[in-house]
Every structure is written in C-alpha cells, then in structure tokens.
Design a protein around this ligand. Structure first.
Ligand code: 3NM
Length: 206
C-alpha cells in the first residue's frame, strides 16, 4: 500500500459517536481523511444484521470518496462485504491465514515491540499500527502510553514500511509523531468528538 494512504486514518464505531455516525463519517470523508476503519466495539455495539447494514452504509460512503474501507478484527464481516481490508491485533487469528483469505487486500496489524513487528512484516502485513503513543479513552484494554520510543526504533529498522501511529493523537501532537517516523496518524476521538470536523481534519493534514 502507499504510505501516503495512512496520512489521516479515521477510525470510528457507533459507540464513539455523540451524533449520527454516518453524518460524522460523511463529514470526515468530505474533509479528506485518507483511509477509514470501522471499529464497532464496546457496550451497545451493533451486532449481526444491524452491524452488517451499518458496515455496508459506511462502505458505500467510503466508495463515494474513493477512500479505502477497513474493518477492525471481524474477518468474517470483511469477507462478507468485500471490504478493502482488515486490521487485526495480536490476539486475533493467525496472520498467515488472514493473508490467504485476503490475497489482494489491505491487512494492518497492531504491534508494540520489535518481535511483533518482525512477525507482522514477515507474515505479509501491509502496514502496522503502533500505539498507544499517548493516553487514550477510546480503547478499554489499551496498554500504558508508550510515547514515540518504539515508533522511532521501528522506523529505523524498517525505513520504507508503512507505519501509522495511534492513541491520544490530536492535531497539536501530530508533528511530533510524524517526526518520530510515522507515515500518518490514526484517530478516533479527536475527529469523532470534534465540533468542526472539517477544521480538525484540515489541522491534521497541515
Ligand atoms: N488502538 P483515540 S489506541 C483503537 O494502542 C486504538 O493499539 C490503540 O483512539 C492501540 O484517538 C486506540 O481516541 C484508541 O485515542 C485510539
């Protein structure tokens, strides 16, 4: 995948939203986010048919804007609706199996250390996510904030590999994260909860 696609990586699920999620996604796409991940988690998360329908509507919106549509964790859902890719964590099923199911699609993997990064790269990941860089309220089981130390190491070891940073990232913190070697920032709350998504996405892009 092109490293530039990771520039402003918007992640959202219905439980992250205080307004209509599809309106929020539409505003974010209109404002120029470069990739979108549906991450439907937590209390009150959609399931079954309702999730399937919501995912299809998100996918449709992403297609309108030519933005890749990624599904978090749920490989079966990603396959069922022919999403552009999946993002998996360390607990999710084996990368080799997922790679074989998603031959030409995007696979992202969350990594936290060198060993996990090596395994992800060797296993055919298209990009890795590194975090949480800063404290986050959006992931119940997030690790302690790690700062940019591992991000810098990862970039030094893999000069050309697509890397996105995640966790507590705001427009003000973006320059620091990019300087440490990230190709882009993955963001939930700073965009979802913004009163002015166009402005916020613009600030991230700057
Ligand atoms: N993954 P916010 S942190 C989904 O560290 C997710 O792997 C993380 O949300 C990781 O931008 C995180 O609101 C939440 O902090 C990011």
């Amino acid at each position: 995948m092109k490293r530039a696609s990771l520039a402003v990586y918007f992640i959202m699920g219905t439980t992250n939203c205080q307004r209509d999620p599809l309106v929020i996604l539409g505003e974010a796409l209109q404002a120029g986010v470069t990739i979108f991940q549906l991450r439907e988690k937590g209390e009150g998360a959609l399931q079954g048919e309702a999730l399937l329908n919501f995912a299809k509507r998100c996918q449709q919106l992403c297609r309108t804007y030519g933005v890749p549509f990624i599904i978090n964790d749920d490989v079966a859902l990603a396959l069922a609706i022919d999403a552009d890719g999946v993002h998996v964590g360390q607990d999710d099923s084996e990368l080799a199996k997922i790679r074989s199911q998603f031959a030409d699609k995007i696979i992202g993997v969350s990594v936290h250390n060198n060993e996990e990064m090596q395994t992800a790269v060797a296993g055919g990941a298209d990009y890795v996510g590194i975090g949480p860089i800063f404290a986050t309220n959006s992931k119940a089981d997030a690790n302690e904030p790690a700062g940019v130390t591992f991000l810098q190491k990862a970039r030094a070891s893999y000069p050309d590999f697509p890397i996105v940073a995640i966790g507590g990232i705001t427009p003000e913190r973006t320059a620091q994260v990019l300087a440490a070697g990230a190709d882009g920032v993955a963001v939930i709350s700073a965009i979802c909860q913004s009163d002015n998504i166009a402005q916020t996405v613009n600030d991230f892009k700057k």
